[in-house]
Structures are given as structure tokens and as C-alpha cells.
Design a protein around this ligand. Structure first.
Ligand SMILES: Cc1cc2nc3c(=O)[nH]c(=O)nc-3n(C[C@H](O)[C@H](O)[C@H](O)COP(=O)(O)OP(=O)(O)OC[C@H]3O[C@@H](n4cnc5c(N)ncnc54)[C@H](O)[C@@H]3O)c2cc1C
Length: 339
């Protein structure tokens, strides 16, 4: 029988390590435990919250309801074609372990997404992305369970409405479904994307001209470890803000005032401006506010030296947003899920 605990502390379940509590808490390891948890919530009129690795959330309040910590595991190859392979992973699998599995089994495509923290089930929620690759590039479908009806539903790539760090699960269906498994369409031959960031240059520096998938993920690991704080050493939730997308006309005006302003093309009419650069320009990179600060090596990451409260985090978030708005007229929006 599923163990449901009352008044459970959540501090160790999120990488930002902010103190919080859940009215009810359960760790689930298979479908029958999930259905039991859903039934408990229904019978006791409790809302349900899902947590994977807790690497993209800020808990600001007590969770009034049942918090499900997802540990459902399993990976299987569903179908093999000549050029593509469908692989289904249960949502409680650790994302990086899953990427390692694909590399070991010569299934290609996910290399650039190596070392993103958290679980497979959270990956479609914000359409995880890194170094020019997004989950949607290899997404096939996902299975989810509706909290209200308990019924299973298949979501295609169109149903998920993926965007930049965005999907229907952050909007219309926020908190409505439990993502049970994710199926990806991977390649039987390598098609590495090495022209983004410093991956290509790092491989050449190492004298590697024809990289294997292992070379690529090792290089990604080295680059990430040199830039990003390890959340298990210095608590953080990765990029706190999204890079704002602006239309070209506005960008051209900004460039007249700030000729050094960096950008990445998004479409013929839009560019993305690195939020980390904006935060640095307003003087908030590395500046301490009690136990919290925007990280000195990557200003987009909010770090907690230890003991920070949700209020201290939210105060810094508000300061950053206000300063960027005042100087550049741009609105930053949070990438992290604030619950
Ligand atoms: C150091 C660091 C670097 C990072 N780098 C990147 C990066 O390069 N690119 C990137 O995209 N992200 C990055 N992230 C953010 C984070 O790793 C990803 O967003 C990841 O997918 C979150 O997974 P999680 O299991 O920890 O999700 P959680 O934080 O547990 O949950 C995130 C959201 O998804 C929901 N959710 C989780 N599981 C399910 C489920 N099974 N069904 C329904 N809803 C669910 C939760 O309710 C919550 O709203 C980084 C984080 C850190 C700490």
C-alpha cells in the first residue's frame, strides 16, 4: 500500500533548497501507486502537485494538497526503422542517465542535452534545450494521466504546443496531467550539432576531428561544469529567467543605444537577447543580497548560499526584473516554475 505522509518537509527535494512543507507527500514508483495517489487526492479533495528532480521549481508556499515525488523507472525500444528508433522512457527516469543510455546504445540525437538535471517527465514541460537542440527536435509522443478522470491520453508533438522553454503543460494544462512516459524518435546514425556555443572549438582544441557521441557528451560535461554551479554544492535552479525575445525593430533601436548588445536570431523578425548579459549590465551579477545572488560566472542563475527563504529569492527576482525594465525597457519572465 502506498505510504502517504502528512506535513512533510520538502527542503531536500528541490535543488534551490528553500524550506517548504506539503500537507501530504508520497513517493511513487509505478502506475498502481500513481493511481492510488490520485484516488487518495480525489477521496480527500486534495489538489495534486508533481515533483521530479525539483531542479526547475521555487516553492514559495506550503503545498496545500498531495505532493507526488515521481520515481517511476523504465526504458524500452518501441520500434526500429532503418533510420530512426522510437524509445519510450518512464517519466521518473533521470534525464541524464537516459541520455547516457541512448549514447551507450548508439541511439543519436540527445547528446547536446546531456547533464540537464531532473527527470524525463519534466523535459517536455518546459521543452528543455541546450546548445542549439531542444527536446521537441526528437519528440515523438507522450502518455499522460488526467488527474480529474484518471484516464490516459496520448499527446502528439502538435498537442504539446512546444515553444521556447514552454509547452501546454506550463499553460492550459498546468497541473492537470501527470506525464507518465515520453517517447522519442532517435537516429540510427550520428547527426551531431557542434556549431553552437563552444562545442566545436572545444573538440578541435582536444584534437578530435571526427567525434563520437561519447566525445560530444564528455565535452558538453566539461563546458557545463566550467560555467554552471553544481546545484548539489551551491543550490540553484539553473537559468532563472528566459532570454527575452524582441522584434527586430526594437532590437535595432536598442543597438543604437547599446552597440555591444549580443543577440541570437529566432526568426526573420525576432531575436533573443541573453538575459545574463542584461543582468550583468544593470550591475546585479555577483551582487549579494543576504544568502542569494545572481551567480558571478553566469548571471542568469540565481544561487542560494544556504538558508535563503522564498521571500529573499522573490525579492531578488523583483529587483532584477525592475532594473532590466528600467534600463532597457525589456520584461524578463521566469523560466523557473514558481509554486
Ligand atoms: C544547474 C542547472 C542547469 C540547468 N540547465 C538547463 C538547460 O541547459 N536547459 C534546460 O532546459 N533546463 C535546464 N535546467 C532546468 C531543469 O534541469 C529542467 O527544467 C528539468 O527538465 C527539470 O526537471 P525536474 O525533474 O527537476 O523538474 P521539477 O523541477 O521537479 O518540475 C518542473 C515542473 O515540471 C512539472 N513536472 C515534473 N514532472 C512532471 C510529470 N511527470 N508530469 C507532469 N508535470 C511534471 C512540475 O510540477 C514542475 O511544474 C537546469 C537546472 C539546473 C539546476
Amino acid at each position: 500500500m502506498l505510504k502517504i505522509e502528512k506535513d512533510h518537509s520538502l527542503i531536500k527535494y528541490t535543488t534551490l533548497k528553500i524550506s517548504s512543507q506539503a500537507d501530504y507527500f508520497a513517493v511513487i514508483k509505478n502506475k498502481s501507486e500513481l493511481l492510488e495517489a490520485i484516488k487518495f487526492a480525489k477521496d480527500n479533495q486534495q489538489a495534486i502537485f508533481v515533483l521530479g528532480g525539483g531542479s526547475n521549481v521555487l516553492l514559495t508556499n506550503r503545498i496545500k494538497g498531495l505532493l507526488i515525488k515521481n520515481e517511476i523507472k523504465g526504458i524500452q525500444v518501441v520500434k526500429k526503422n532503418k533510420d530512426t528508433i522510437l524509445v519510450e522512457a518512464s517519466s521518473g527516469e533521470i534525464w541524464s542517465k537516459f541520455v547516457s543510455y541512448t549514447v551507450e546504445n548508439k541511439l543519436y540525437g540527445l547528446e547536446n542535452l546531456f547533464l540537464i538535471y531532473g527527470t524525463v517527465g519534466a523535459a517536455p514541460v518546459q521543452n528543455i534545450g541546450a546548445y542549439g537542440v531542444e527536446l521537441k527536435d526528437y519528440f515523438y509522443q507522450l502518455q499522460a494521466i488526467d488527474f480529474k478522470s484518471g484516464k490516459e491520453k496520448t499527446f502528439s508533438i502538435t498537442d504539446c504546443r512546444f515553444g521556447y522553454r514552454d509547452s501546454i503543460f506550463k499553460n492550459k494544462f498546468k497541473g492537470k496531467y501527470f506525464i507518465y512516459s515520453v517517447t522519442l524518435k532517435l537516429l540510427s546514425k550520428p547527426n551531431f550539432k557542434l556549431n553552437y556555443g563552444s562545442i566545436g572549438a572545444a573538440l578541435i582544441n582536444k584534437g578530435i576531428k571526427k567525434p563520437t557521441a561519447i566525445d560530444v557528451i564528455k565535452t558538453i560535461e566539461e563546458i557545463r561544469n566550467s560555467k554552471l554551479p553544481n546545484p548539489f554544492v551551491l543550490p540553484n535552479a539553473g537559468s532563472f529567467f528566459k532570454n527575452p525575445e524582441v522584434n527586430l525593430q526594437i532590437f535595432k533601436k536598442l543597438l543604437q543605444q547599446y552597440p555591444d548588445m549580443p543577440s541570437f536570431p529566432v526568426s526573420r523578425t525576432k531575436v533573443k537577447i541573453p538575459a545574463g548579459w542584461l543582468i550583468e549590465q544593470v550591475g546585479l551579477k555577483g551582487k549579494k543580497f543576504g544568502p542569494v545572488r545572481m551567480y558571478e560566472k553566469q548571471a542568469l542563475i540565481l544561487v542560494n548560499e544556504g538558508g535563503a527563504s522564498a521571500k529573499q529569492v522573490l525579492n531578488l527576482v523583483a529587483k532584477v526584473k525592475l532594473a532590466v525594465k528600467k534600463k532597457f525597457g525589456l520584461d524578463l519572465s521566469e523560466e523557473v516554475n514558481i509554486i
